[in-house]
Design a protein around this ligand. Sequence first.
Ligand code: GUN
Length: 293
Amino acid sequence: MPTIIDGKQTAQEIKSEIAVRVAEIRAGGGKTPHLAAVLVGSDGASQTYVGAKVKACEEVGFKSTLVRLESDVTEEDLLNMVEDINNNPDIDGLIVQLPLPKHISVDKVTNKIRPEKDVDGFTPANVGRMTLNWPAYVAATPYGIVELLKRYEIETAGKHCVVIGRSHIVGSPMSILMARNGYPGNATVTLTHSKTQNLPEICRSADILIVAIGKPEFVTADMVKPGAVVIDVGIHRIQDASKKSGFRLIGDVKFDEVAEKAAAITPVPGGVGPMTIAALLYNTLQSAEKKVF
Ligand code: GUN
């Protein structure tokens, strides 16, 4: 059986470490770290994610502010809201939950966030800093994966890492982090996407396979090299009448058959997902402690 990379447990450890630090800051008379989240509209998944982020803030002793805006909010009003939070000295971190309604430019909104408060690591300033290997806020999902690789002491130097999916949020930063000089890093990286030819063959040559394609059970056992490390970023709700809730969660990887070949694998749920939230909290703590800028 492979090592099951337990993101839930690891995220819990990280949250405990953060809670200890928050208590120390408070005991020293310091300010409580404070995360603000802006949620536009009523997309179900976004509400769930933001709710989980707010709850996680409570767990570690952070202050949180949730700003809810109607889906027909103007771009200008949203930009003004971001600016207000930028200028609020009590708030350390600011995230605007994506996706945004079509009439709003994600690029404009992202670029409005002060890099010093950009704990999602989405601004050009932080993406650039990460790419240059400067201190930076690294986007929460890739950062969470980096932390899992570290805590499970997975060797990355000289390995072939194949990333499926080139999104700005996951695939693209992940490929940069795996290639850069450091640990984890020093891997030979192939970043694949919808136009990639011979994808199964490329995947079969991966020592580390990071899957962020957003298609349920896309990666099957025939695409995986025996002994590979498989990181599944996907999360999909599918109907399942045998469950009390009526649904179950699956990833981008066909877990059961791939687990038989892999040396280590992240489950869904309980793999990358909880780590994303832990990484966001960690970035917010770094901001409160002025460790990045
Ligand atoms: N939508 C999906 N993932 C994320 C994330 O990490 N941050 C934000 N702000 N929106 C998202």
